[in-house]
Design a protein around this ligand. Sequence first.
Ligand code: IMP
Ligand code: MG
Length: 198
Amino acid sequence: MSSSRLSPVPRRWRNEISRVLISESQIRRRITVLAREIQRDFHGRDLVVVSLLNGTVMFLADLIRHLELPLRLDFMGVSSYRDGTESRQLIYTKELRLDVKGRDVVLVDDILDTGKTLHSVLAKLRQLKPRRIKVCVLLEKSARRVERVRADYIGFHVPDEFVVGYGLDFAERYRNLPFVGVLKPEVRAGPYSTSFSM
Ligand code: IMP
Ligand code: MG
């Protein structure tokens, strides 16, 4: 990841964000390339895009508006509950409604980190017998991987730092930032730290 020396942190966020990791324009350019790849790979197919709530909100909207393919869209809600220890439990807060049997699926998530989320979601989706599933993530953080999961389309590889913005949150905040930034460690230790995050 090249650092964005040309993108200073907007004044409003300077107390909380240490630097802009990926700027709005970098994201915009990269998404047009990802969309082109997906379009090429699913040409002539009846595609179902399955997006994981809530972190994909901005990425998904920008990605699918560049897809000139017939597609249907559905969501799955997955939340990761932290009980104060390192162990996490996944809770499904919304189930898929569209039938994906025999269909081509692109599964969209915000970030592939330990891989636990996508590992669980992929296992669940495979039971529904789609024709094939490809995984598309905005960010990939390989340093903390514990499950063998790989993404087929990756926006950006990021270092082992906690990032927020462009849909990604810390304790449900910062999703509205138009860029991806690094959260200051003191914010993570502060009063917003709660047990639910996705
Ligand atoms: P995994 O299950 O560890 O691969 O993590 C997937 C989920 O953890 C993502 O969908 C995010 O919600 C969350 N996550 C992991 N790393 C970060 C980060 O750096 N910032 C914000 N959320 C993250
Ligand atoms: Mg998420």
